[in-house]
Design a binder for this molecule. Structure first.
Ligand code: PXG
Length: 289
């Protein structure tokens, strides 16, 4: 495996950054998780745009244009001869003295691209559906750490993940401080009831997968609603599923011990999953190996 670091490809064993990188010292940086399907990078432009928005807020300048960044992603996939893969694109603040002030960084931001595979949940759960729980750790206050920031600081989500796994579950729903449904640790949440597909409007990352699912639902003439969702509404939904680049689309059949709908992946979930698979076959930036 070859890793892209600042314009060069290096072997996995040599792919290292300094312990003085503020990304390591303070979680000061941005990332994206991107997928390629059959030599097409899915929604590359949307991922790069979101990455640059995070960097804009963090005031990190990667000294690369969006085009150069996109080309670097494709270059890394091609160099590793990966047709179907998962790309982790990381921009860290760079090397600096101790102290969290970014002005203490003398180094340039590090641009790192890993092209690999990712398996988030056991394969059989995509057929059977997953059981999940809500956890005590609430989402960061959006005015403290906005959910649109895909930063290297994922501790809020990691704490929730630990709570879920400690209780024997693969995934956690994180609530907002006001008790409404926010999102999972790396996925967005959807519920479906009586012809309407619902997902939270606030308190969640505007996922690229969730955006694609909303588009597909509209094309399929399913009504969509983005707004507040309570736990009661979630428990009494007819269907529930999660979306994310790593997760793709996974059905949920039980939340906090409450059976959702008929306790098996629902019809709309299956239809959307099928439409999503079709979309990944034709959407995206094509490359040759
Ligand atoms: N919410 C959060 C908090 C996320 O981190 C999503 C929703 C889904 O967004 P996308 O754009 O991917 O549809 C994410 C994405 C991982 C991993 O390594 C996590 C994500 C993406 C890829 C890998 O666990 N999170």
């Amino acid at each position: 495996m070859k890793i892209y670091i600042n314009g060069k490809l290096v072997d996995k064993a040599d792919a290292k950054v300094s312990v003085f990188d503020h990304g390591f010292l303070y979680g000061d940086g941005a990332f994206e998780g991107i997928r390629s399907y059959n030599s097409r990078v899915f929604r590359l432009k949307e991922h790069i745009d979101r990455l640059y928005e995070t960097m804009h807020t963090l005031m990190i300048d990667p000294l690369m244009t969006k085009k150069q960044m996109s080309d670097a992603v494709v270059f890394t996939l091609r160099s590793n001869r990966i047709k179907d893969g998962y790309i982790r694109l990381i921009i860290s603040r760079g090397d600096g003295d101790l102290g969290l002030d970014p002005r203490k960084c003398y180094g340039k931001p590090n641009v790192i691209i890993i092209a690999d595979k990712i398996v988030l949940y056991p394969r059989e759960l995509y057929q059977k559906g997953m059981e999940i729980i809500t956890v005590p750790t609430v989402k960061n206050n959006p005015n403290a750490l906005n959910p649109q920031l895909k930063s290297l600081n994922y501790l809020n989500n990691i704490l929730a993940k630990i709570e879920a796994s400690h209780c024997g579950y693969n995934e956690a729903i994180m609530l907002e401080a006001n008790g409404f449904i926010g999102e999972c640790t790396g996925d967005n949440v959807f519920i479906y009831k009586d012809g309407v597909l619902c997902t939270p409007h606030q308190g969640r990352l505007k996922g690229i997968t969730s955006g694609a699912i909303l588009e597909l639902a509209l094309k399929m003439k399913i009504k969509v609603f983005e707004g507040y969702i309570t736990r009661h509404e979630l428990y009494n939904a007819q269907e529930c599923f999660l979306t994310g680049t790593a997760a793709e689309l996974i059905p949920v059949v039980k939340v906090d011990g409450r059976i959702i709908g008929e306790g098996k992946p629902g019809l709309i979930t299956k239809k959307l999953l099928d439409a999503f698979h079709q979309l990944t076959k034709k959407d995206g930036v094509k490359y040759d190996l």
